[in-house]
Every structure is written in structure tokens, then in C-alpha cells.
Design a binder for this molecule. Structure first.
Ligand SMILES: [Zn+2]
Ligand SMILES: [Zn+2]
Length: 395
């Protein structure tokens, strides 16, 4: 079955919803207008609606038959704190805020699926439509989980999609294992003794300690981690000093750290801590390390990746579902849901040409052509995974 005809028939309406979200972007944990609209629509189609999880999160519950199976389908609602530069009629009306990652489209696709499934109810079990806040700030998924998401709305499995202009329209990508990386950060403050620039021996030069720290960090990825395991430790900030003739007291270094494997993630953190401790002792400086774990790696479980691929193949054709794309070193906080539930994250192509603006670009705009594809994918997933036949034969 390609795109569901009942969903395709509403393409214009889906486009209007998406553009309305686009014109009214809201950033992390402030998605009040968006969540009001989501909740109103879900309620109007007869779903049971729960609000307040993770602040502005919304969960819509739809049941059919007497099956005990349950699925969670997740969309993110937040925009980015950046100025839009496109001049489309639906461009952002809020200065400094913009839907530059297509979460306006993700929210619309999940709404499209909810409406279709509420009308057809051709499944057996429970579907939880999870609209989460604050994906970009990394924290919305975690907050919803901490607020009892999976206790209140038990899900056997969870699924989400992200659009990408890097794949053409009509193509999707999903595989078992890591899809995206863990995103961590380190912020190091080296405090030593300042001195006159002409008398370095009277201080202990945090700049040279910082340079050694930079070198030692390169060692972690190449000597402490297997060459077969991806690891990025990239120093992105180094601040020190104010005058040419003054050796400063303090240097500050920050790095972004990416990994695909939870064991590698732990190993990197342990090595960074050892290196900081060792350098502090060796050079008689204080090293304060703030190590921040942001999002976990996005790891698809094999059976659910297969299920996602099959549901996407229903819509796009099996030849258009790529199963062997490489993981990316960006991050995604749906990973927090995948850390506690089996499930799969799938990329859906939205590219029109090779020079499309990428995600997070000030001229990026979600491609409305793919709204029915994403909505049909979610709908197929439910009809496959919670199929009536399976439910009836099991009961
Ligand atoms: Zn983004
Ligand atoms: Zn995104």
C-alpha cells in the first residue's frame, strides 16, 4: 500500500497545519500554543488526551479492540532559537525563533496518523501519540519519562521519525544499532598562578597546561578507544589571557564529545577524568572538570528496526528503504526513550535537490510533499504491529 488514500486526500489540510506551526515557532518547554492545538485536535477526534508531562508535553491515547499490545509514536514540537531568513508566506512571525529542524512537520505527520487511525481503527491494542517538548535543548524526552510517561502509558515499543533533506523524497533510512551519537560536553577550568609575562617561572602557566590537555585529549580517541569504534573529542573553545605581558591565572577549554557505543562513552569520560587529575598533579594547577552528559546514543533494536523498514517499504517500496546508511555523529533525544524501550528511529527523505538548505539552516523549510508519507508510515506501523488478525488469534 503506498500513501494511504485517506491521508493523501487531506494533504492540503496537513500542509496548512504545518505552515501554521511554522509561522508560530516555540522553543524548549514553551510550546504552549503548539501543544494547545495538538491537544484540541486529538480531543476532537475522540482520543483521550493527557497534558503536562514534561511541562508542555501531550499524550493522546487511542484504543481499538481488546488487544493488550501497545505502541508509542513520538513527535517533537520545539523550534530553535534562531532567526529565519526565508521569505515564504509562512515564515516565522516570532523574531529569533524558527522551525529549522522540521519538528513542525513531525508534529503534523503524527497528527495526520492520529486522525486517520481514529477514523479507521483498523488495529487491535493501544496507541500512545507522544508529542514531546524540547528536543533541541535535549531534555524534553527525559522530562516526560521522569514524569511517568511509560508508567502511565505503557508502550511495548516506541517509534519516531526525522526528516532529512540529505535523502531525496521517496526514500527512507533505518537500520538496527546506532543511528545517532551520544552527545556529551566537557568544560575545563585550569587555575594556576598568574605571573608577569617576563617572569614565567614565578607562575605555573595554565595556557601550557591547556595545550597539553588538548594534546592528551587527541590521545583518548586514538589510543584508548578501538579504531573500529567511532569517537569524536573535539576541542571547540580555548580561552585565556588578556594582555601580552601577563601570564594569566586561568584557562578555560571546552570540547564536544560524541560516541555511538555506551561502553565507549563511559571509557572516554573515565580517561578525560584521569587526564585532568594527572595534569593537575604534574603541573601544580587546579583543574575543575564539568562533564555533561546530554543525550544517549540513538540505538535501534533489531526487531523494531525491521518492523520500521517494512512499514516504510509499504509506503515507499522496498527498494527505497536504505538499510545500510552510516550512523551520524549528531544527537537526538528520542534516544532517551530508546534507552528504556525497544524501538526504532527512522529518517524520511525530504530533499528536492542537491543544494537544499540543511537542517538548522536559517533558510531551511520542511518539505510539505512528505507529510502524507510520514503520516502513512506511522499508520502502517500501527496496522502492522497491532494487526487485528494477530490480536484476535492471540486472544
Ligand atoms: Zn535539530
Ligand atoms: Zn530535529
Amino acid at each position: 500500500m503506498p500513501v494511504q488514500p485517506a491521508i493523501a486526500a487531506r494533504h492540503e489540510e496537513l500542509t496548512a497545519w504545518r505552515r501554521d506551526f511554522h509561522a508560530h515557532p516555540e522553543t524548549a518547554f514553551e510550546e504552549t500554543r503548539t501543544s494547545d492545538l495538538v491537544a484540541e485536535r486529538l480531543e476532537s477526534w475522540g482520543l483521550e488526551v493527557h497534558r503536562g508531562l514534561g511541562g508542555t508535553g501531550v499524550v493522546g491515547v487511542l484504543r481499538a479492540g481488546n488487544g493488550t499490545g501497545s505502541l508509542g509514536l513520538r513527535a517533537d514540537m520545539d523550534a530553535l532559537p534562531m532567526q529565519e531568513e526565508a521569505d515564504t508566506p509562512h515564515r516565522s512571525t516570532i523574531p529569533g525563533k524558527m522551525h529549522a529542524c522540521g519538528h513542525d512537520g513531525h508534529t503534523t505527520m503524527l497528527l495526520g496518523a492520529a486522525r486517520y487511525l481514529a477514523e479507521t481503527r483498523n488495529f487491535n491494542g493501544a496507541v500512545h501519540f507522544i508529542f514531546q517538548p524540547a528536543e533541541e535543548a535535549g531534555g524534553g524526552a527525559k522530562r516526560m519519562i521522569e514524569d511517568g510517561l511509560f508508567e502511565k502509558f505503557p508502550c511495548d515499543e516506541v517509534f519516531a521519525i526525522h526528516n532529512t533533506p540529505k535523502l531525496p523524497v521517496g526514500v527512507a533510512s533505518v537500520h538496527a544499532g546506532p543511528m545517532l551519537a551520544a552527545v556529551d560536553a566537557m568544560i575545563v577550568t585550569i587555575t594556576g598562578k598568574g605571573a608577569h609575562g617576563a617572569r614565567p617561572h614565578e607562575g605555573n602557566d595554565p595556557i601550557s597546561v591547556g595545550v597539553q590537555l588538548h594534546t592528551a585529549l587527541q590521545h583518548v580517541a586514538t589510543k584508548s578507544i578501538s579504531p573500529l569504534e567511532p569517537a569524536v573529542i573535539n576541542v571547540t573553545q580555548f580561552h585565556a589571557g588578556t594582555a601580552i605581558n601577563v601570564a594569566p591565572q586561568r584557562a578555560r577549554i571546552a570540547a564536544t564529545i560524541r560516541s555511538l557505543d555506551p561502553g565507549v562513552r563511559d571509557r572516554i569520560e573515565a580517561r578525560v577524568r584521569e587526564i585532568c587529575d594527572g595534569l593537575a598533579k604534574a603541573y601544580g594547577v587546579e583543574i575543575d572538570l564539568e562533564y555533561r552528559r546530554s543525550v544517549s546514543p540513538t540505538i535501534n533494536t533489531p526487531a523494531e528496526a525491521e518492523m520500521a523498514a517494512e512499514a516504510a517499504a509499504d509506503v515507499l517500496g522496498v527498494e527505497n528503504v536504505r538499510r545500510n546508511e552510516k550512523p551520524v555523529t549528531g544527537g537526538e533525544d528520542f534516544s532517551e526513550m530508546l534507552a528504556v524501550k525497544p524501538g526504532a528511529f527512522l529518517y524520511i527523505g525530504g530533499g528536492k535537490s542537491d543544494d537544499d538548505f540543511g537542517l538548522h539552516h536559517p533558510r531551511y523549510d520542511f518539505n510539505d510533499d512528505i507529510l502524507p508519507i510520514g503520516a502513512s508510515y506511522f499508520a502502517n506501523l500501527v496496522e502492522r504491529r497491532l494487526s487485528r488478525e494477530q490480536g484476535e488469534s492471540a486472544s
